[in-house]
Design a protein around this ligand. Structure first.
Ligand SMILES: *Cc1c(COP(=O)(O)O)cnc(C)c1O
Length: 366
């Protein structure tokens, strides 16, 4: 079976470096809020080009804390609206509703799977306070018009950069395009930890300070609590591993681009719609390689039978989840079509040439 993602193999690439570091941290006797975290925060800030990075426990917390930070700063209040794509992973939406804010869903473009920027303006009301952009599948979504629109309506642009670390738009890294960004280092993400981990990046001093306190029981000074905070920390072991892997992220993303290009050039089956390779290749880091077919379930069964593991990102759109039953009468036809037709093929920095050729050959014989 060609695995969808071979995490063991991905991490074994750095075995010596990671194991040596794990022993170091183990022997140091210091496991939280130490030099590994501060070192990784500084290196990630430098990589993204942002002034501040705050390591947190996971990607969902990163997004929750950004919105909570804006609430504590008086920029947003519970009941305000945040625009978000209707086909995103549920975490983007959970972060909004968890803060008592209202997610306002906007349909994606079918050819990029990213939010359709031209449909944002019609959803803006006096209650709209932000746009949560999701660079889905690893592809950046941004434009000068979007920036202008946000500026005109005093909206914060928050990036969900869980899937797109290393991507760039006009030489600016994703995570540094808006006002604040949330990152996930879930093991299967392009930059993956050995467990849960996340981060926030921002150039906003006040927001950074507020989030740092919120993630630490609402405290900037031990035993002095200024907010009803939470505990969301990135531990030393995860930070140390991420700091090692960050050095190789560009190289890994480059190998994903090469695989994506080959899939696009060589998959020729008429019932399969391939993703668009962006004109500027830097705009995509191919977190997943998603094809579409009206025969999706049949195709997936066929690939499994022929030794190729695939996944569906995602089978149920957020508005049809039981968790959001208040939206059960809403309809988002583009999202619904996407959720019915998409299939993710294996793609990773350690994929072997022979497996890539096998996948292409098997698909073309479907
Ligand atoms: C993975 C992911 C998250 C959540 O990250 P966790 O670290 O799993 O909490 C949020 N948004 C998107 C788009 C993701 O892919």
């Amino acid at each position: 079976m060609i695995k969808f993602l071979d995490l063991q193999k991905i991490n074994l690439e750095y075995q010596q470096e990671i194991e040596a570091k794990l022993i170091d941290v183990f022997r140091s006797g210091w496991y939280l809020m130490g030099k590994e975290l501060f070192g990784f925060e500084a290196n990630l800030a430098n990589y993204i080009g942002a002034k501040h990075t705050i390591g947190v426990a996971n990607g969902l917390d990163a997004l929750r804390l950004i919105l909570r930070g804006y609430i504590e700063l008086g920029v947003m209040s519970p009941g305000d609206e945040i625009i978000v794509p209707s086909n995103t992973y549920i975490a983007s939406i959970l972060a909004i509703s968890d803060n008592g804010l209202i997610p306002v869903l906007v349909e994606p473009e079918i050819n990029t799977y990213n939010i359709d920027i031209s449909k944002i303006q019609e959803k803006i009301t006096p209650k709209t306070k932000g746009i949560l952009l999701v660079h889905l599948q690893g592809r950046v979504v941004f434009s000068d018009q979007l920036k202008e629109l946000a500026h005109q309506h005093h909206l914060k642009i928050i990036e969900d950069n869980a899937q797109a670390i290393g991507a760039e738009w006009n030489d600016i890294k994703s995570g540094n395009l808006g006002d604040a960004a949330g990152f996930s280092f879930y093991p299967g993400k392009n930059l993956g930890a050995l467990g849960d981990a996340g981060a926030v990046t921002t150039n906003d001093d006040d927001l950074a300070k507020t989030i740092r306190a919120l993630a630490n029981y609402g405290s900037n000074q031990k035993y002095v609590n200024i907010y009803k905070g939470l505990n969301s920390r990135l531990d030393e072991i995860q930070a140390a591993v991420l700091d090692i892997k960050l050095k190789y992220i560009d190289r890994e993303n480059e190998s994903r681009r090469i695989i994506a290009q080959r899939f696009i050039n060589e998959i020729t089956h008429p019932d399969i719609i391939l993703p668009e390779y962006p004109e500027n290749e830097k705009e995509h880091v191919w977190h997943v390689f998603v094809i579409r077919s009206s025969r999706r379930d049949e195709l997936q069964a066929y690939l499994t039978e022929n030794g190729v593991q695939t996944l569906i990102h995602y089978p149920i759109p957020p508005h049809q989840q039981e968790a959001y039953k208040e939206w059960e009468n809403l309809s988002f036809p583009i999202s619904e079509k996407i959720h019915q037709e998409v299939l993710s093929l294996p793609i990773s920095s350690v994929m072997e040439e022979k497996d890539l050729s096998t996948i292409i050959k098997v698909i073309n014989k479907f």
